[in-house]
Write a protein that binds this ligand. Structure first.
Ligand code: PLP
Length: 507
């Protein structure tokens, strides 16, 4: 393709993208394809001779579109959202044009300097304390591809920190600590690092959040077994129910265990502190609080405080996938653990300490130019637009919650609404005298059946969850295209599906 062909194809692609958004509601949310259907439309080898662009472009519609699940669809309520915006689509085009791996400042000074700036912008937007900002040169933010990558990266830094405090500890004693509600990213970090993983059970009476007393008990039990927990992955907005771990209670405990690094995974709800009215629910003050005891070694930040925080702007944060933001209060913990500088990566600017080389805060060397899309989106939406989007999602969830409570018979909220996530459980109101085990099994079957019916419907997408042995139905509102009437019609659909599930199971 030459430049003039690109110009023409580019205009056509933008038209196609606009049509896609215009026609969004004519698509099923979930495609009606079977495993292998799409693969069967794709050749087995690279074509010997290059093909015409027109043929390639047509195949986006012929081959790919039939197999796309439409995450931007207003009736997409599964998992957590993956917002996209036109500003970010354009940014990705520009980033593609200047394609470069941005690992050192010298690779592209703009990539590094924009990343440092936008990470401070976002930190300020969320109200994160200045100790997390790049501006201060002690803490700082770095853009990752995923919350899983962010978690793995801080676990490496936390291990380094622990080993500096307790140098001869065998790896076999080290433990990554999380809860049964922590996303699987923590178990995966342990798997990758070859370390033990331990999940603390959380309780329904605590809305599935981690409390200080549970942490304290678990630490005592691990200590008795000779285990050395060195990092705790706490959650702001758990995947299943949106639970928010009690940060102040946790830091009160970790203050007595300064060797424990505390990471807050706010992959989904970590953007919510951008709304002043949500800050208390996010425990932002507790996330920002500094430990009362200073660090014993100035280079290792103190125990009893949050050491790092992650949120994915690519979920509800108006930034196209991928943009996982990670902030750490002591960036030297990352650079000590991750700086490997062969001669060919040395630069005079880095040697003089004038610049950040983001490769030293990341696992990979090469990195995508993600800051551009964050910059474009935040400039275009502004604080007011960003907040307006989140507020709208939370209001829609509030409306959905109200509709469920007033219109759906025999459906309970399984957990309190968490921002824009509502989790339901269909209950068996008809037979109060049923034995509890049979009742639980029946209710679990009802909830599973509702999910089956929703999946067969294709016009909405929901995901199930199981917490503490209870099956439940998650409704995560997050598309910028969802409006009140979509939410009301979702409740109508759920009403029919719940009734159908009861009839099916009565047979
Ligand atoms: N943490 C939480 C709470 C999540 O809900 C998710 C995914 O939905 C993740 C982490 C994983 O995010 P990522 O795909 O960015 O690794």
């Amino acid at each position: 393709m030459d430049r003039e062909q690109f110009r023409k194809a580019g205009y056509a692609a933008v038209d196609r993208i606009c049509d896609y958004f215009e026609q969004m509601e004519t698509y099923d949310v979930v495609p009606k394809v079977k495993p292998g259907d799409i693969a069967s439309l794709i050749g087995d080898e690279v074509p010997e001779i290059g093909e015409d662009w027109d043929d390639i472009a047509k195949d986006f519609d012929r081959v790919i579109m039939p197999g796309i699940t439409h995450w931007q669809h207003p009736n997409f309520y599964a998992y957590f959202p993956a917002n996209t915006t036109f500003e970010c689509i354009l940014a990705d085009m520009y980033a593609g044009a200047v394609s470069n791996p941005g690992f050192n400042w010298l690779c592209s000074p703009a990539c590094t300097e924009l990343e440092s700036k936008v990470m401070d912008w976002v930190a300020k937007l969320l109200g994160l304390d200045s100790t997390f900002w790049n501006e201060g040169k002690v803490g700082g933010g770095v853009i990752m591809g995923s919350a899983s990558e962010s978690c793995l990266t801080v676990c490496i830094a936390a291990r380094e920190r622990y080993l500096r405090m307790h140098p001869s500890t065998p790896f076999s004693e080290l433990v990554i600590l999380a809860t049964t509600q922590t996303h699987s990213l923590a178990a995966k970090a342990a798997l990758i690092l070859g370390l033990d993983f331990h999940a603390i059970e959380t309780k329904q009476e605590n809305d599935w959040a981690l409390r200080g007393e549970d942490l304290e008990k678990e630490l005592a039990s691990l200590e008795a077994k000779g285990k050395k927990p060195f990092v705790l992955i706490a959650t702001l907005g758990s995947t299943s129910t949106g639970a928010v771990d009690r940060i102040a209670e946790i830091t009160a405990v970790t203050a007595k265990h300064p060797e424990i690094f505390l990471h807050v995974d706010g992959a989904w709800a970590g953007v919510m502190p951008a709304l002043p009215e949500c800050r208390a629910e996010c425990f932002l003050d507790d996330i920002n609080a500094r430990a009362s005891l200073p660090a014993e070694d100035g280079a290792i930040c103190a125990g009893g405080e949050v050491h790092s925080y992650c949120c994915n702007l690519h979920k509800s944060g108006l930034v196209t996938f991928d943009a996982s933001c990670l902030w750490i209060r002591d960036r030297a913990l990352l650079t000590t653990a991750l700086d490997v500088t062969p001669p060919f990566l040395r630069t005079p600017q880095a040697a003089a300490g004038l610049v950040t080389d983001y490769r030293n805060m990341s696992i990979s060397l090469g990195r995508r130019f993600r800051s551009l899309k964050i910059w474009f989106a935040l400039r275009s939406f502004g604080v007011a637009g960003f907040q307006g989007h989140l507020r709208k999602l939370n209001k829609l969830a509030e409306l959905f919650e109200h509709e469920v409570k007033t219109r759906l018979e025999g459906v309970d909220l399984f957990a309190p609404r968490s921002f824009s996530l509502v989790v339901l459980r269909v209950v068996d109101g008809s037979s109060a005298d049923r034995d509890p085990a049979a009742r639980l099994a029946h209710e679990n079957a009802l909830n599973a059946r509702v999910i089956e019916l929703a999946s067969a419907d294709h016009s909405i997408m929901l995901t199930p969850t199981t917490v503490g042995g209870y099956n439940a139905v998650r409704v995560a509102i997050g598309s910028p295209n969802t409006e009140e009437h979509h939410v009301v019609s979702l409740v109508d659909k759920l009403d029919r599906m719940v009734k159908q599930a009861r009839t099916d199971l009565a047979k």
